[in-house]
Write a protein that binds this ligand. Structure first.
Ligand code: SF4
Length: 376
């Protein structure tokens, strides 16, 4: 990576347009550059042959296009899930995941979801999360977030398709994005919102706002800012327990923003935005998955425009937490259903690879033994 050069992916279309206009070039040149990078798989300025040579030289001298490098990839034989470990320019490592699925409506080329990281490491230290174990390193730049998406899109094949008027005709384009990898996205607000804005832009990755989900551990200052965004991005909140004692032990952020405050804001958010919130709930054996836990959850969410995504804990060998039985999971779900709370049970993906968040990076850091006492 060239020193003293900027990552062109750190610039929004408006920012790039301003730079290009200052060179007395017409604003549509910025749109051409965007299309090359985000639609046509252009990974150097040399391929952008419809730009004047002088502008290509300027861009080459000032910016770089390629960024993080895939240093490890695991592909699930059972369902095609791909897990990536990326190395950033300063040596930090982050993870991204590609999850293929059939289109629920049938037809089409299927759903191609990517799960992206927003920070190198995480300061929030949730008790069940491998990402938090190595501590917080730094925020990712906008371009580093987009790099993960572009590298995955290249890897699943789209950039290798023939280039048509609307970009490559390859069958696999990213259709859905979840900001649910390493880090708290709303604690790196400006970079994350700029990156998802470029993903959403028709000249960027062209992914509908409702197909882009930002997941938070319940960081209320960031949620308040996110409520002001005009695009209809989706918000999901990691809950994982329905009482303060349990949640504070699982998620230390709960001590700062306890459930009463969090739920009050969630109600305000759903009313103000007219949108539902998805609550993520990891089910952990003997911790938060009893029928009483389900009843507490139903009480907490009563009357709220929401749905619950139930996720059986994906056992990480460094942790002592275990997954509840399928029967216990179904009982939990039935309690919610009887109370009128909508829920979905997330199908396990990539069971034969290190699919849980943070596992791949943790392995790479060669942490053989992590002290993890029983949660009791
Ligand atoms: S679950 Fe999210 S917020 Fe909590 S430690 Fe892991 S990455 Fe951070």
């Amino acid at each position: 990576m060239a020193e003293n050069k900027e990552d062109i992916k750190d610039l929004s279309l408006a920012e790039l347009t301003a730079r290009i206009k200052s060179l007395n070039e017409p604003p549509y040149r910025a749109e051409q550059v965007f299309e090359w990078i985000y639609k046509k798989g252009g990974r150097s300025f040399g391929v952008m042959t419809d730009l004047p040579a002088k502008l290509r030289d300027y861009l080459t001298n000032k910016f770089f296009v390629t960024g993080s490098e895939i240093i490890k990839k695991q592909v699930s034989k059972s369902d095609g899930t791909r897990k990536y470990l990326f190395k950033l320019s300063d040596g930090e490592e982050v993870e991204g995941v590609y999850i293929p699925a059939k289109d629920p409506a049938g037809g089409g080329t299927g759903r191609h979801t990517v799960c992206l990281s927003s920070q190198a490491g995480c300061a929030f230290g949730c008790y069940f999360c491998a990402s938090g174990l190595l501590g917080f390193k730094r925020d990712l730049r906008c371009g580093e977030i987009l790099d993960q998406a572009l590298a995955i899109q290249d890897d699943i094949g789209v950039a290798k398709g023939p280039v048509g008027p609307k970009g490559p005709a390859g069958p696999k384009r990213i259709t859905n994005v979840v900001m649910m990898g390493t880090g708290e996205p709303l604690a790196n607000y400006d970079n994350v919102v700029k990156a998802i804005g470029i993903m959403n832009s028709p000249l960027g990755l062209g992914i509908g706002a409702r197909k882009i989900t930002v997941s938070t551990a319940g960081y209320i200052p960031g949620m308040k800012r996110f409520m002001q965004e005009k695009e209809q991005f989706e918000l999901s909140v990691s809950l994982h327990a329905a009482d303060d004692i349990k949640r504070s032990r699982l998620m230390p952020i709960n001590k700062k923003y306890p459930l009463a405050e969090l739920m009050e804001f969630c109600r305000e958010y759903t009313k103000g935005k007219g949108r539902i919130i998805t609550f993520e709930y990891i089910l952990i054996k003997d911790v938060n998955s009893s029928p009483t836990d389900a009843q507490n959850l139903a009480k907490l969410l009563k009357g709220l425009n929401c749905k619950v995504n139930l996720i059986p804990f994906n056992a990480v060998s460094d942790f002592k937490f275990r997954q509840p039985s399928f029967k216990d999971v179904k009982i939990f779900q039935e309690v919610l259903e009887k109370a009128g709370i909508k829920s979905t049970l997330r199908a396990e993906k990539g069971v034969d690879i290190d699919a849980a968040c943070g596992q791949l990076r943790l392995r790479e850091a060669k942490i053989a033994q992590v002290k993890h006492e029983n949660f009791s």
